[in-house]
Design a protein around this ligand. Structure first.
Ligand code: PLP
Length: 394
């Protein structure tokens, strides 16, 4: 019968979107909801980036560019990777795409065959399992929790590896947990990786948003690992450029070349204007965002620590905290039972007027995600509401 492809039919709707839809509906009805579910900085795009974007339009830089992105941008990205992470790449080792999400999709499509396994540490960003399935590969989930700071151990990795393992996905700093792997932890994982034959997709999109810790890339642990690593990053988070859609991948030239061919037949170059804006963004040195995010993280953690039945690990990066609400399971709020993080999030939205994302979509049924990419005022109001709610859970 006529109908959609199995591929598309198999995609689970984004769990963040249903909360988002309900939140927007409530706001449209004039209800004062505080939105702690957003995945983008509340800061503006840096002026240098905006100016470069405007200049691109004025100068008619509005046509197709080279598929992997303009050389000027790729050179500058390579220079930044050298400066920030001490990694040696040239412009030819970089493929610029329409957002890091697009880079990730290119990577999975180019690396995975049907039946290949992708090792995916949980909690994971919601799009990874769907992208893996779109590439007809199988996600092999490694569960983690607060006991290891939401990080996988070398033993867990070793156990998850099979002859079908094609890719290990790493995301540090992590969405949704904010966890950042230390140099020692990565070195131990690199030891395991180097004993086997598979690729590493290292999503480092939050790499500039770290608080008092060093960001280290798995690609720095020797030539062999670097060759097998596809480093993913982009401009959305570090430069508040979510709408411009610029992300990139750095990796071995042969892989980049293959993915460039793939991109040439699917989307071709990312927006010429956005690429110019990204060139501008790389001149921007943040002085406000990181200290502000750090303040807010500390504020939220401090408030949550004083609330009954919630506990929360201290994340070192990104702009999320990921509290554990499982102590509420089996209890209720004003007669409404709380048996899951979904119940918890729905009740919070309806009764406390706070929108946040339940952990279920991230493979973490005991937790929920708070994004602190919103004003201090909003955070204070939200924490007051959350506290009042928690005090009524019995
Ligand atoms: N990777 C992670 C872990 C993310 O959280 C996001 C955005 O939420 C992305 C990648 C995609 O970013 P973009 O496509 O905007 O560059």
């Amino acid at each position: 019968a006529i109908g959609l492809s199995d591929r598309v039919k198999s995609i689970a709707p984004s769990p963040t979107l249903s909360i988002d839809a309900k939140t927007k509906q409530m706001i449209a009805e004039g209800i004062d909801v505080i939105n702690l579910s957003v995945g983008e900085p509340d800061f503006g795009t840096p002026e240098v980036a905006c100016a470069a974007g405007k200049a691109a339009i004025d100068e008619q830089f509005t046509k197709y560019t080279a598929v992997p992105g303009i050389v000027e941008l790729r050179k500058k990205i390579a220079a930044q990777l050298k400066e920030r992470l001490n990694l040696d790449y040239t412009a030819d080792d970089i493929l610029v795409s329409s957002g890091a999400k697009h880079s990730l999709y290119n990577a999975f499509m180019a690396l995975c065959n049907k039946g290949d396994e992708v090792i995916l540490p949980a909690p994971y960003w919601v799009s990874y399992p769907e992208m893996i399935r779109l590439a007809e590969a199988t996600p092999v989930v490694i569960e983690t929790d607060e006991s290891t700071g939401f990080k996988i151990t070398p033993e867990q990795l070793e156990q998850a590896i099979t002859p079908k393992t094609k890719v290990l996905l790493l995301n540090s700093p992590s969405n949704p947990t904010g966890a950042v792997y230390t140099k020692e932890e990565l070195a131990a994982l690199a030891d395991v990786i180097s004993k086997h034959e598979f690729y590493v997709i290292s999503d480092e999109i939050y790499d500039q948003l770290v608080y008092g810790v060093e960001q280290v890339s798995i690609a720095t642990f020797g030539e062999e690992i670097k060759k097998r690593t596809l480093l993913i990053n982009g401009f959305s988070k570090a430069y508040s450029m979510t709408g411009w859609r610029v992300g990139y991948m750095a990796g071995e030239r042969a892989l980049i070349k293959a993915m460039t061919s793939f991109q040439s037949h699917t989307t071709a170059n990312p927006s010429s204007i956005s690429q110019k804006a990204a060139v501008g963004a790389l001149d921007h040195k943040d002085e406000l965002m990181v200290p502000e995010f750090r303040w807010r993280r500390d504020y939220v953690l401090d408030r949550i620590a004083k609330m009954p039945m919630l506990s929360c690990d201290t994340p070192s990066g990104a702009f999320y905290v990921f509290p554990n609400c499982s102590a509420c399971y089996g209890k209720s709020f004003q007669g409404h039972p709380i048996n899951s993080c979904d119940d918890f999030a729905s009740l919070l939205l309806e009764h406390a007027k706070i929108a946040l994302v339940p952990g279920s979509g991230f493979g973490a049924p005991n937790n929920f995600r708070i994004s602190y990419a919103t004003s201090r005022d909003n955070l204070k109001k939200a924490m007051d509401r959350l506290e009042a709610f928690m005090l009524s859970v019995q």
